[in-house]
Design a protein around this ligand. Sequence first.
Ligand code: PFF
Length: 453
Amino acid sequence: MSEPSMRSAWSNRWTFIMATAGSAIGLGNIWKFPYMTGVNGGSAFVLVFLGCILLVGIPLMMCEIMLGRRAQKNPADGMLHLAREASASPHWRWVGLIGVLTGVLILTFYSVIGGWVIRYILHALAGDFDGANSTIIGNMFSGMLASASSLLFWHTLFTAMTVWVVARGVNHGLEKASKILMPSLFVILLLLLIYSMVEGDFGRALDFMFTPDFSKVTPQAALSALGHAFFSLSLGMGAVMVYGSYLQRHVSIARTSFYIAIADTLVALLAGLTIYALVFKHQLDPSAGPGLIFQTLPLAFGQMWGGQVVGTLFFILVTFAAWTSSISLIEPATAWITENTSVSRSAAAYLIGFCTWLLGISVVLSFNIWQDVQIISGLGIFDTLDKLTTTILLPLGGLMMALFAGWVMRTQHVREELGLQPRTYAIWRFIIRYISPLAITVIFLSLIGLIGS
Ligand code: PFF
């Protein structure tokens, strides 16, 4: 079954684009990006983020898809195969192995937050936000976090939904889910956008997000933007690499990477505009941080016309986005087990799902019973996992992949796979060899500076 010729493949390039955009568009776009924009001074952050996507994100996405398609294997065995092809050290497989582990670690907390979102669909549907003031909404959120059994229930449901799709395979699981969920996501987002244009303070939202104010481009904002570009495009852990390994040979990697990055960025910007138009209309705080969609936005839903429907649609939108991302988080590990053992795909998916579920219990408890447990430098379990994966492991994976493609792989192999015009290839290669490694190194150096301060 694990013969390369029997390997699954996407039905066509659009399903690949849809699935990879599904992986990219997630909590990062609708939950994290808007609140990070608010916290980091609005337009300045947006501007730097766009620059990072263009300069580092797209070239690295091309790099990861290229590695996957060339290797035709899961990330760990894929890196080993490519290293052998380039007569390089077999230790390169660790880049893939760490990626496999990173995905599992991210899902442990991603599924807990995914669970919150599902819980909030029910709150919105029940009209719990109607006329509620900030104390009621605040208590709703803290009450949810305080109840370990309730968090565990929603975490279990979200993990089960994820595993169910992955167990069904590339065509019947990942592809089918993306084909249904992604168009629905775009329709819901469009409806919400139209609503916020009519009912919200859209002008102020536009101004907040797009009027450039270079004085606000602080080094801290720039670093957050770069780190977030990785997370948002799902780069650095082999999710895009494994999706690329199911891609047919004739499809243009550059063009598809471009489409995926545009879709991802567009959704982040439109979600931000939609949220801020409603936040400004109701004179709420744009820099509320992680609570923005769980505490600030529900206040707006509770005050506005049709808020029950709009709120419900909003949380369905976030659930769909999180779901198509979570499946890509355990696909590398599932492919790795399936391609190395006689364990069936569905058994592998359930096994990985069980591990993430089990580890996720510690994340659930970190919001209540284990609230005071600290892992490193004062950070609790959830914050440690979040920081470890998004600020260290993902950029590190991206750095290694860039170095591998730029300095270790044979130029001829890279060119064969990318099929770019000489000039475009030269630009891409320059970025992958110098700009991306430099940018990532700057993140790390500043991180050390931040920890030291
Ligand atoms: N890109 C996803 C988001 O924006 O929510 C998160 C993510 C998915 C990160 C898959 C990494 C990954 F491999």
